[in-house]
Ligand binder design. Structure first.
Ligand SMILES: [Zn+2]
Length: 256
C-alpha cells in the first residue's frame, strides 16, 4: 500500500464522492454525479482507475456512466441488477485489491437502508454509503430494523480507529436528534461543538471513526439505559430488545 490521500468531492446538496488519490491516479466511491469528479480529475490531471458503489441509489451511482465514457475502469459493487455499470459483483466476504493503490478491501453486506447495500473495509478505512452516518443511520427503505441493527453491530466490531467515510454530510442534524435520544451523553456535546466549528469553516465533519460512533451514535447505543429510556417514552411502552429500540428511535427520527 503506497501513499495516498482521501479527498471529499461534494455532489448535490450534501453527498460526498470520496476520492482516493495519489499524484497520478484516483479511485472514487459512490459518484452520484460525474461532473464534480471530472472537474477535479481534470484539474489535478488524474487518471481514474476504479469506481466503488455501495448501493443502487441514483445519488451514489448516477455518475458511473459519465466517468466510464471517459476512462475504462472496473466498477466494484453489490449483486444488484439495478446498477448496470458494475463489472465486479461482490458478495459478503469477497476480497479484492484496488488497482494501482494496492489497498486490500473486504466486502461486508450491510442490508437495512437497501437490501443489497455493501461496505468496503480496508487500509484502516470503511466506506459505508448510507448505512452508517456520523451520529446516525440511513432510512430503512428496503430493510428491516433487525437487518439495520445487525449491520450496524457488525460494523461496530471493526477496530475503533477505523476511519468511517459516510455518503452524506448529515452530522449536525443527526446530532440534534441524537441529543434527544441520548440526552445525558457528554461526548455528543463535544462532537457538536467540534462539528459546528468545522461546518462554520466550510470543512467536512467526516471521516468519523468506529470509536466515535460507539460513543455518540444512538443507533449503535441501543443497549444504553439512557437510549432505552427515551425509546420507551416515545413508544409508550417498555421495549424488550435492542432491535425494538432501534425501530422506535428510527421511526421517531423520521418525524423529528
Ligand atoms: Zn441511499
Amino acid at each position: 500500500m503506497g501513499q495516498f490521500e482521501v479527498i471529499p468531492l461534494r455532489a448535490f446538496a450534501d453527498n460526498y464522492v470520496w476520492t482516493i488519490r495519489d499524484a497520478r491516479c484516483a479511485a472514487v466511491v459512490d459518484p452520484g454525479d460525474a461532473r464534480p469528479v471530472l472537474d477535479y480529475l481534470d484539474a489535478q490531471k488524474l487518471e481514474l482507475v476504479a469506481i466503488l458503489n455501495t448501493h443502487h441509489h441514483a445519488d451514489h451511482v448516477g455518475g458511473n456512466a459519465g466517468l466510464l465514457g471517459r476512462w475504462k475502469a472496473p466498477v466494484y459493487g453489490p449483486h444488484d441488477e439495478r446498477i448496470r455499470e458494475v463489472t465486479q459483483q461482490l458478495a459478503d466476504g469477497a476480497r479484492f485489491t484496488l488497482p494501482h493503490f494496492a489497498i486490500d478491501f473486504e466486502v461486508l453486506e450491510i442490508p437495512g437502508h437497501t437490501r443489497s447495500h455493501i461496505a468496503f473495509h480496508g487500509g484502516g478505512m470503511l466506506f459505508c454509503g448510507d448505512t452508517l452516518f456520523a451520529a446516525g443511520c440511513g432510512r430503512l427503505f428496503e430493510g428491516t430494523p433487525r437487518q439495520m441493527h445487525d449491520s450496524l453491530a457488525r460494523l461496530m466490531r471493526l477496530p475503533d480507529a477505523t476511519r468511517v467515510y459516510c455518503g452524506h454530510e448529515y452530522t449536525l442534524s443527526n446530532i440534534r436528534f441524537a441529543k434527544a435520544a441520548d440526552p445525558e451523553n457528554a461526548a455528543l456535546l463535544e462532537l457538536e461543538a467540534w462539528a459546528r466549528r468545522r461546518r462554520d469553516q466550510g470543512l467536512p465533519t467526516l471521516p468519523s471513526t468506529i470509536g466515535q460512533e460507539k460513543a455518540t451514535n444512538p443507533f449503535v447505543r441501543v443497549r444504553e439505559p439512557a437510549v432505552v429510556a427515551t425509546a420507551n417514552r416515545y413508544a409508550g411502552k417498555p421495549l424488550q430488545d435492542p432491535v425494538s429500540v432501534l425501530a422506535a428511535i428510527r421511526e421517531w427520527k423520521n418525524s423529528f
